[in-house]
Design a protein around this ligand. Structure first.
Ligand SMILES: [Fe+2]
Ligand SMILES: [Fe+2]
Length: 165
């Protein structure tokens, strides 16, 4: 199915989260180079949604988990903001913030906690979690190599949801 046909369904699934202050505030945090945490998370969420739909998996959990997987909401370069190594700390911080924001299914919780596997200690326990883990790595590589700028995706959002860069 084409992008134009998928995007309205994607917005139905994650529109409430995209409109939240917490998710919007990710646009103030740089994540991979100049790519913001918001743009990266939107990229991971949308690709996970598309892949899960194609594979007939739980696309709602993949899209929501993908959008919230990096909701850690602190400056990762500020050592006082988290106690240990960012690789281990940020999935747990994201999970805590996501739980405060919305009711998560067990699958969604595991998607967030396990997205750094095998580096981090939580293991993916569903095909959707493994999918988001893979898509996150792929998106990070595309962003770091500057092959794709996920800000293009944001251009498709309705104006009220588009964050200030
Ligand atoms: Fe992450
Ligand atoms: Fe990520």
């Amino acid at each position: 199915m084409r992008h134009s046909a998928n995007f309205p369904c994607f917005l139905k699934v994650v529109g409430d989260l995209l409109d939240s202050d917490q998710v919007q505030s990710m646009s103030r945090l740089n994540h991979h180079g100049k790519v913001t945490c918001y743009d990266h998370s939107l990229f991971v969420s949308y690709l996970s949604f598309r892949a899960a739909r194609f594979l007939k998996l739980d696309y709602r959990a993949a899209a929501r988990g993908g959008l919230l997987h990096d909701l850690y909401l602190y400056n990762s370069k500020d050592k006082s903001a988290h106690p240990g190594w960012q690789c281990f700390d940020h999935p747990v911080a994201a999970w805590r913030n996501a739980r405060e924001l919305t009711e998560l299914s067990q699958k969604e919780e595991n998607i967030i906690l396990s997205h750094m596997w095998p580096l981090a200690r939580f293991r993916p326990r569903s095909r959707e979690a493994a999918l988001v883990d893979f898509v996150d790595t792929l998106c990070a590589a595309l962003e770091l190599c500057r092959i794709y700028r996920p800000i293009r995706l944001r251009a498709n959002l309705p104006t009220p949801l588009a964050p200030v860069a």
